[in-house]
Design a binder for this molecule. Sequence first.
Ligand code: FE2
Ligand code: FE2
Length: 218
Amino acid sequence: MNLVQRTVQELAVNVPGAIELFETYQINYKTHKRQPLQDAVLEGELKLFEITERLELLLRTGPDSDYERWRHVSASELITHILENYHEKHRVQFSDAIRLTQKVAAAHDHHPSFPHELEAELTRMQFDLEEHMMKEEMILFPMMEKGLYPSGPISVMEAEHVDHAKSLECLRVLTNEFAPPADACNSWAKLYTDLQTLYFDLKAHIHLENDILFQPHN
Ligand SMILES: [Fe+2]
Ligand SMILES: [Fe+2]
């Protein structure tokens, strides 16, 4: 992503924490939302560089920005964190999002910007993710809690994470990067905000498993 050419609005919807960051640099979201970042930053290149560095950092770390600390806990502790903060949460997020999609579809079926594939895509993602999480909960995680790192099941989970990441990109495209049209109702706007949260949560979940949990502790 070339951050400086993205509009302030695009960055705000795609980078968690971007709005707060803009405020610290006196970039008024409402005034500048349609401008590319490079035009919204008036103090020169150095400031622009500083802001893009901080945006990159937010993009890399996502909502679980303190993830470094999970490198220093036991596998059991990390598994408990993943189950409570991601697996359970995703189950609620998907059923709520599908319900809200149906509600928005019923009201805006003929709107040219409404993504008709969204409900089917979310239902497919929910099914795939549920199957994946069940395998982790029933097979892999109990083994890891005993100190084992079975390479076969771990490779299968990593391959499925790649599929999940592809589905998330599809979701991002379908929703126009989580940007509802200007005339969207409150439910449509909430749906896209919720889907964006789901997008970053699932990315953080995958990151915690691939880069920390699945790496044997020394
Ligand atoms: Fe998981
Ligand atoms: Fe997983």
